[in-house]
Write a protein that binds this ligand. Structure first.
Ligand SMILES: Nc1ncnc2c1ncn2[C@@H]1O[C@H](COP(=O)(O)OP(=O)(O)OP(=O)(O)O)[C@@H](O)[C@H]1O
Ligand SMILES: [Mg+2]
Length: 435
């Protein structure tokens, strides 16, 4: 999540992490001070915004001590490291269940890099947003740890453990089996449902702002869950068309209208969804450097193979080995094109995308029944038995005081690090401009 004031660029290859890279045009367009101003004057408050909702709903989050999480990961043993992003490292760990009785619970623990203080703002955003949302296609935040001690500042997040890594790993890392067609469609549908919930089903609209393959995590049944809410924002107030923000996100996924204007809408997420649809169809990254020039930008390359053309199948992921419905693939590409319309107003809402995906899946299933392939994995058989589902009941009674203290504590930590943030931010800007 190393993306405080700039775009993240995904490098090709394994073990990749986000690296800051500001294109010339963006450097000029969003100079440091302008960004700060844009960001600070954005109109995001709603009658009951996220902080308010968090006060009501965030009780479910567990607050961990640093030593607890250190124990859970054998002192952040590198053998237990399962990933690394711009924000910091992610470790597999096991914690005691609530109440201390019962089997240990597997978790993923994300630890903010010590030198990434600017990540605090995103850490707080993630705690607040994930503390409020609840949906089968959004990763569950179990709790967090925040200490400003003598040994320095520690910020950690504890999530439910997702055993099948991310969609990115399965699509682009050849050491994993290829994702079967049917599973791809189900993943697309689940991810769309997660976004649709954020955009349209909550009291306050949430714009996710960082939709990409690496943020789509997969559970034991390959059910997708969106992770990484560090860049999430509340949608515009009633009457406003957009939120004005500093431009953040990941190169290759962010909508061009958002990059140009800084005007953020839910349709920016719809664009990113369209990009990921093409990644799923082709098995190619949205941006890559290890292909001929004309093929480095996925969206430009696929334009040469329109969904209705005879040569369309040439873009399909060779790892599918022809095991897909060509009609459904064409429909999916058309849906992607719809999501990738230049004008954000012309893009569909995520709920419409969900409906369309359901139709495509039905048609694809029907076709598949006609030419039955016994090797096909049916990812629709999803167990709803989430091990965390029954975990923590809201302990509202008698905990008000504790809760108030916790809120105060968080606010204080925020103030403290915000100061450091601003400094880092300015340094970052200077560093960016001079490179
Ligand atoms: N809840 C989780 N369960 C299992 N693995 C996880 C979990 N959260 C993250 N990971 C693993 O850690 C990796 C790194 O995640 P992280 O979000 O830090 O970085 P990223 O998404 O790859 O990049 P970025 O910094 O751009 O978000 C993921 O790709 C995934 O493999
Ligand atoms: Mg991520």
């Amino acid at each position: 999540m190393k993306c405080f004031s700039y775009f993240k660029y995904k490098h090709k290859g394994r073990g990749q992490r986000s690296a800051p890279e500001l294109e010339e045009q963006e450097k000029h367009q969003f100079s440091g001070s302008e960004r700060v101003t844009k960001s600070s004057c954005s109109s995001t408050s709603s009658p009951r915004g996220i902080p308010k909702l968090y006060e009501e709903k965030g009780h479910n989050l567990r607050v961990f001590s640093f030593s607890e999480l250190s124990r859970a990961t054998s002192d952040f043993n590198r053998l237990l490291k399962i990933g690394e992003g711009g924000f910091g490292s992610v470790f597999k760990g096991s914690i005691k269940p609530v109440g201390g009785n019962g089997d240990p619970v597997l978790v993923a623990i994300k630890r903010l890099n010590k030198d990434a203080l600017q990540g605090h703002k995103q850490w707080l955003t993630e705690v607040q947003f994930l503390g409020v949302v609840e949906h089968p296609n959004l990763v569950k935040l179990i709790g967090y740890c925040a200490v400003d001690g003598e040994r320095g500042i520690q910020r950690l997040l504890v999530y439910e453990y997702m055993p099948n890594r991310s969609l990115e790993a399965h699509l682009f890392n050849k050491s994993y089996d290829p994702v079967p067609w049917k599973t791809r469609l189900e993943i697309a549908l689940g991810a769309a449902q997660g976004l649709s919930y954020l955009h349209e089903e909550l009291e306050v609209q949430i714009i996710y702002r960082d939709f990409k393959c690496s943020n789509v995590l997969l559970d034991e049944n390959f059910k997708p869950k969106l992770s990484d809410f560090g860049l999430a924002r509340e949608g515009p107030e009633a009457g406003d068309t957009h939120v004005s923000t500093a431009v953040m996100g990941t190169h290759g996924y962010a909508a061009p209208d958002y990059i140009e204007t800084g005007h953020l809408t839910a349709k920016s997420d719809v664009w990113s969804f369209g990009v990921v649809l093409y990644e799923m169809l082709t098995g190619r990254r949205s941006l890559t450097r290890n292909r001929p020039k004309t093929e480095q930008k996925l969206l430009e390359w696929v334009k040469n193979y329109p969904p209705d053309s005879k040569k369309f199948d040439m873009i399909m992921d060779p790892r599918l080995e022809g095991q897909y419905s060509i009609n459904a693939a064409r429909k999916l590409a058309k849906l992607a094109d719809h999501c990738l319309r230049k004008s954000s107003k012309d893009r569909p809402r995520m709920s419409q995308v969900v409906e369309r995906l359901k139709e495509i899946i039905q048609a694809s299933d029907k076709e598949q029944e006609e030419h039955h392939d016994p090797n096909e994995i049916n990812s629709a058989e999803v167990s709803e038995n989430d091990s965390f589902e029954h975990q923590e009941e809201s302990n509202s009674s008698g905990s008000t005081e504790l809760w108030r203290k916790r809120m105060e504590h968080l606010a204080k930590l925020g103030e403290h690090v915000e100061g450091a943030n601003r400094k880092m931010f300015m340094i970052q800007q200077r560093a960016n401009v001079s490179t």
